[in-house]
Write a protein that binds this ligand. Structure first.
Ligand code: PLP
Length: 265
């Protein structure tokens, strides 16, 4: 058998979900499904299932730095995605590492899980604003994360713009404000992608499926996978939204709580 051609390489810097629905596990499935080689820097280990997070253990900063160096120094990366970073110390360390990369960086500023479990210490919010967002090519907050980071509560189209402006002040090149949690929307999941001059409203059907565990991780990883394949940001985000919409539509029951989105659709 002859050797194959290496696919584009994508790195996730995120937490492990023992239940396989979110975090590193969702990221690697997404990267594989989109034709890329996924690699991982584990920031925290969680004991987790469909009912919630039963325990979380951040890794030492040294372990995170060493994983990153191992991957970057030998294999190289064409896009990076960050997810759960757990503590201010880890946010600072990851921001430092990423300030030295030329690869596009997708920052999912993960705060709290759908079950309400904290995945980031409140004391780390300032580091996310001042250290991590400035190195982001694309930041992908949901509405709760937008409120935490900017104080803007999004309830109307105008609020989306105000929130995006406030986030762009911290320095990411683009933001995707994920409106999926917006109450009362008209059967659509609406997101705003903007860099402050271009504005793209992304609309997808909203599925009445509660099995959406891992949605945010999947979107950010899909954006990174498409960026690694050389797509410009608007095309990468549009294709990623299509991917996550399919994965949500196919989400399935597992355990007694909220099941995962499906990557085999
Ligand atoms: N666990 C880990 C390790 C995560 O990174 C995330 C989200 O980023 C979650 C759990 C939460 O997933 P969800 O809110 O989709 O249930």
């Amino acid at each position: 058998m002859s050797a194959g051609t290496a696919p584009p390489r994508v790195l996730t810097v995120a937490g492990s979900d023992s239940g396989g629905g979110a975090g590193i596990q969702a990221d690697l499935k997404t990267m594989l499904a989109l034709g890329t080689h996924g690699m991982s820097v584990v920031t925290a280990v969680t004991a987790q299932n469909s009912l919630g997070v039963q325990g979380a253990w951040p890794l030492p900063v040294e372990a995170v730095r060493a994983q990153y160096r191992s991957v970057v120094d030998d294999i190289g990366v064409q896009a990076v995605k960050t997810g759960m970073l757990a503590s201010a110390e880890l946010v600072d360390a990851v921001a430092d590492l990423l300030s030295g990369t030329r690869a596009p960086v997708v920052v999912d500023p993960v705060g709290v899980s759908k079950h309400g479990d904290a995945l980031l210490a409140p004391s780390a919010l300032d580091s996310v604003r001042t250290r991590l967002l400035p190195v982001a090519t694309v930041a992908t907050p949901n509405l709760d994360e937008v409120a935490q980071l900017t104080g803007v509560r999004v309830e109307s189209e105008q609020d989306f713009r105000r929130a995006a402006e406030a986030l762009l002040e911290f320095g990411p090149r683009w933001v995707v404000i994920k409106g999926g949690h917006l109450a009362g929307d008209m059967g659509e999941a609406v997101d705003l992608l903007t860099d402050g001059s271009q504005e793209h409203w992304l609309r997808a059907p909203r599925y009445d499926n509660r099995h959406t565990h891992g949605t945010g991780c999947t979107l950010a990883s899909a954006i990174a996978a498409h960026l690694a394949q050389g797509r410009p940001v608007p095309a990468a985000v549009t294709a990623a939204k299509e991917y996550v919409t399919g994965a949500i539509a196919a989400g399935f029951a597992l355990g007694g709580g909220i099941g995962p989105v499906d990557h085999g659709w």
